[in-house]
Design a protein around this ligand. Structure first.
Ligand code: ADP
Ligand code: ADP
Ligand code: ZN
Length: 216
C-alpha cells in the first residue's frame, strides 16, 4: 500500500496515470478537479463558488479543496491514495502532511510528471473525457474506438471541459508556475521527489511510475 502525489502542470497526464493505477493496484484516485466539477453538477454551494474561478483557470481557495480532501480521507483506501491535482499550493501541502499524520499514514512518493509547455497546449486542446466513468481521451493520441462511445463503459456522454481552451490554459499555466511549481523544491528537499518523463507514451510513463512505486 502506498499514498502518492502525481505532480505536474495541467495536461501532464496525471488523470490518465491515476486511472491506470486504480486498475492495476487497487489504489483510489483523489482528484480535486473531479471533486469540484462533481460539486458543480450536484449544485452545491461549494460547486457554485468554485465553478466561475475554475472556468477562468484560477485556483480555488485552499480551504475548499482541503475540506474536500479531508472528507474523502476519512473513508480510507486499502490500496492507498493517489493525490491527483492536490496539493497545488504550499499551504495545501502542509495541510496534507497534517491530515496524513493524524491518520498515522505516510506519504510514500511524490511523482513529478515532466512535460514541456508546448506539448501541454496540444494535450489540453485535444482532451475529452467520459462523463460517466471519467476515462480520459485525446483527439489524436487516444481517440475512442467507436465514435461517440466510451471504450470503457459504453456511455455516450463524452465531454470537453469548459476550461480546456487556450485562454484559460494560459492562466492555468501561470497559476501552476507561481503557486504549484514551488512544491517541486519543497518535496525534493524532503527527499520525497521522483521525476518521470511525461512526454513518453502512456505505457512507458506507467512503467516509470511503477518503478518508483516498487521502490517506495
Ligand atoms: P492531467 O490530469 O495532468 O491534466 P490528463 O491525464 O487529463 O492530464 O491528460 C491530458 C491529455 O493528454 C488527455 O487528452 C490524454 O489523453 C493525453 N495524454 C495523457 N498522457 C499522455 C501521453 N503519455 N502521451 C500522449 N498523450 C497523453
Ligand atoms: P488539470 O487536469 O488540467 O490539471 P484539474 O482537473 O486538476 O486540472 O483542475 C481543474 C481546476 O480545478 C483548476 O484549474 C482549479 O481551478 C481547480 N482545482 C483543482 N484542484 C485544485 C487545488 N488543489 N487547489 C485549487 N484549485 C484546484
Ligand atoms: Zn466511460
Amino acid at each position: 500500500m502506498a499514498n502518492i502525489i502525481l505532480l505536474g502542470p495541467p495536461g501532464a497526464g496525471k488523470g490518465t496515470q491515476a486511472k491506470r493505477l486504480e486498475e492495476a493496484r487497487g489504489m483510489v484516485q483523489l482528484s480535486t478537479g473531479d471533486m469540484l466539477r462533481e460539486a458543480k453538477t450536484s449544485g452545491t454551494e461549494v460547486g457554485r463558488r468554485a465553478a466561475e474561478v475554475m472556468e477562468r483557470g484560477q485556483l480555488v481557495t485552499d480551504d475548499i479543496v482541503i475540506g474536500l480532501i479531508a472528507e474523502r480521507l476519512e473513508k480510507g483506501a486499502p490500496g492507498g491514495f493517489i493525490f491527483d491535482g492536490f496539493p497545488r499550493t504550499l499551504p495545501q501541502a502542509d495541510a496534507l502532511a497534517d491530515l496524513l499524520q493524524v491518520k498515522g499514514q505516510a506519504l510514500d512518493a511524490v511523482i513529478e510528471m515532466q512535460v514541456d509547455d508546448t506539448s501541454l497546449v496540444a494535450r489540453i486542446t485535444g482532451r475529452y473525457t467520459c462523463g460517466n466513468c471519467g476515462a480520459v481521451y485525446h483527439d489524436i493520441t487516444h481517440p475512442v474506438k467507436v465514435a461517440g462511445i466510451c471504450d470503457v463503459c459504453g456511455s455516450h456522454d463524452l465531454r470537453r471541459r469548459a476550461d480546456d481552451n487556450e485562454d484559460a490554459l494560459k492562466t492555468r499555466l501561470m497559476e501552476y508556475y507561481k503557486k504549484t511549481s514551488p512544491l517541486i523544491g519543497y518535496y525534493y528537499a524532503k527527499g520525497q521527489l521522483s521525476a518521470v518523463d511525461g512526454l513518453a507514451d502512456v505505457e512507458a510513463v506507467a512503467d516509470a511510475i511503477a518503478k518508483v512505486l516498487d521502490k517506495a
